[in-house]
Design a binder for this molecule. Structure first.
Ligand code: B12
Length: 211
């Protein structure tokens, strides 16, 4: 791995947003593939943050600062991740479920879907089942992508699927879910159409769902 990406991981860990941003630009200027910067720089750095947070070596303020640095790096990559030239495909409503404020993974998925030509309606975080249903209806969305990073907020995915059914919209929209604690069997259990483990898989899965 290049020194730039190694240093980027370290800067991300330490929450140095300006350095991460500059490193992302520098790596791009040197011709490093955008996927490599994403996976070996930003995501790899965030993995270490997650590990140390779990171990109790990092605390929420530090994780938040690291998350800000990750966002700064992602912003540099955004135009490339979202580069399409492909005409807009199906409309996708995305959001993080009620009670959950984690948005890095959701944003990444949204960027990659946009890059694949999907039109994105991003509801942000802490999105209630009612809000999802309302937006799917108003936008005539073909896909709904929900993210949850907490085991305690996963049930809100189920409530949303149920709310779609109650609203008579379940047959109009395909539901895809993801987030670190989410699994394919959970997706099946709650009646979602699909699960994807990461942003690249989300694109493949979304494509096959609307095909
Ligand atoms: C950053 C972070 C935070 C930041 C969030 C900042 C932000 N803007 O997002 C802050 C500090 C705010 C935070 C807060 C909390 N956090 Co936190 N956080 C994390 C951390 C370290 C990284 C998450 C992340 O961004 N990963 C990087 C992204 C790229 O990965 P990802 O989210 O998994 O997304 C990928 C896939 O999952 C998938 N995907 C994601 N969404 C979707 C959606 C669709 C549709 C699809 C198809 C795919 C998909 O694709 C993505 C890209 O590849 C994780 C640890 C971890 N390793 O997951 C803990 C973690 C998720 N947090 C945890 C906890 C406990 C909390 C708090 C409750 C802490 C507290 N005591 O207050 C609060 C809850 C706040 C709330 N109400 O939401 C726990 C959850 C435990 C559990 N099983 O429930 C974790 C696992 C850490 C741990 N082991 O203890 N956190």
């Amino acid at each position: 791995m290049s020194n730039i990406l190694e240093k980027m991981q370290e800067d991300l860990y330490n929450g140095r947003a300006e350095e991460v941003e500059a490193a992302a630009q520098k790596a791009l200027d040197k011709g490093t593939p955008v996927q490599e910067i994403l996976n070996e720089g930003l995501i790899a750095g965030m993995d270490v943050v997650g590990r140390d947070f779990r171990a109790g070596d990092l605390f929420i303020p530090e994780v938040l600062i690291a998350a800000k640095a990750m966002h700064a790096g992602l912003e540099v990559l955004r135009p490339l991740l979202a580069e399409s030239g492909v005409p807009a495909q199906a409309k996708v409503v995305v959001g993080t479920v009620a009670g959950d404020l984690h948005d890095i993974g959701k944003n990444l998925v949204a960027m990659m879907l946009q890059g694949a030509g999907f039109e994105i309606v991003d509801l942000g975080t802490d999105v209630s089942p009612e809000k999802f249903v309302e937006t799917v209806r108003a936008e005539g969305a073909e896909l709904l992508g929900m993210s949850a990073l907490l085991t305690t907020t996963m049930p809100s995915m189920k409530s949303t699927v149920e709310a779609l059914t109650e609203a008579g919209l379940r047959d109009e929209v395909k539901v895809i879910i993801g987030g670190a604690p989410v699994t394919a069997s959970f997706a099946e259990q709650i009646g979602a159409d699909a699960y994807a483990a990461d942003a690249a898989a989300a694109v493949d899965t979304a494509r096959s769902l609307v095909a």
